[in-house]
Design a protein around this ligand. Structure first.
Ligand SMILES: Nc1ncnc2c1ncn2[C@@H]1O[C@H](COP(=O)(O)OP(=O)(O)O)[C@@H](O)[C@H]1O
Ligand SMILES: [Mg+2]
Length: 278
């Protein structure tokens, strides 16, 4: 396992490895040095669980590991796509996975036109980010203009305006874990009082969610659309059925495990062990 911090989730992986008798080595990304020409003597195992909290770190370190013939869960291709909401939207829609309508623009004026097309309220999301950070509802022209204007003073990444229809009257969404070709666990996430985002990091409350054949089929298709592996698929319920709004590639699983009783870290380890055999 490669990580930059041992969160409760990583501790659960360590415990699961102990109880399965798996010899798990832990590497601190922040202590490693890599050679872009390849490290023939690299001592890292042939299968690695990537748990870095940073998109930029995990994507780049995964490229370096794969350059040494190491299999990484999830792969570089998946990390690049999942870590970038714009690329993920393209991959999902190519695969025919229903997603909220999303428009992209690169200036304040064109972004306002995009919001107009989508209709108010819309949502502005940074294309890279998590835990609901910097996701802003655009409720009317004045607030949309003000929010877009603030982004002009931020890093250029935040000036890729990713504007999405807001699914209305949602009290909850669904986080579904896919490992390989199976949905193994799902939870509802209810947003806390005074908050519309359901992220557990923002106080979202977890409750077990039944995995219906429809939900499983959709989430496995979403995981395959981004390359296959172990993913946390975020799903919203709309009057017209499920839509997928995000596929997470280094997903926190503590809340899902606790609310469903499913040993997600154990299943992830089984998946890696199976991969190491091939
Ligand atoms: N189109 C949408 N309509 C309504 N709520 C949304 C929409 N997109 C996201 N949300 C809410 O915001 C939260 C965070 O959005 P998400 O796209 O998953 O980004 P993050 O990477 O920050 O988790 C979601 O869990 C959901 O509660
Ligand atoms: Mg999310």
């Amino acid at each position: 396992m490669l990580c930059d911090r041992i969160r409760p989730d990583e501790r659960m992986v360590i415990e699961a490895a102990k109880s399965k008798g798996i010899d798990l080595r832990i590497y601190d990304i922040d202590q490693l040095v890599f050679d872009t020409a390849g490290d023939p003597e690299v001592e890292i195992e042939k299968v690695v669980l990537q748990r870095s909290m940073s998109y930029f770190k995990s994507m780049h370190v995964t490229a370096l590991l794969e350059n040494n013939g190491i299999k990484v869960v999830n792969s570089f291709d998946s990390a690049v796509v999942c870590g970038n909401k714009l690329l993920a939207s393209i991959a999902l829609s190519k695969a025919g996975v229903p997603t909220p309508r999303t428009l992209v623009a690169f200036t304040e004026d064109s972004a306002l036109r995009a919001v107009n097309k989508i209709g108010y309220p819309a949502i502005l999301k940074p294309i890279v980010g998590s835990w609901g950070r910097l996701i802003a509802p655009l409720k009317d022209l004045e607030s949309a203009r003000a929010i877009l204007e603030t982004r002009e003073f931020m890093f250029p990444l935040y000036q890729v305006f990713y504007i999405q229809e807001m699914i209305q009257n949602l009290l909850r969404d669904i986080r579904c874990f896919v490992i390989g070709d199976r949905a193994v666990a799902a939870m509802y996430r209810y947003s806390p009082p005074g908050e519309w985002r359901t992220n557990v990091a923002r106080g979202g409350r977890a409750e077990a969610c039944p995995i219906t054949p429809d939900l499983e089929e959709l989430c496995v298709r979403a995981a395959e659309a981004v390359g296959g592996g172990a993913f946390g698929v975020d799903v919203m319920e709309t009057p017209n059925g499920f839509v997928v709004h995000e596929v997470n590639y280094t997903t926190e699983f503590k809340a899902t495990s606790e609310s469903t009783g499913v040993d997600i870290p154990g299943l992830i380890l089984d998946y890696l062990v199976e991969m190491a055999r091939h």
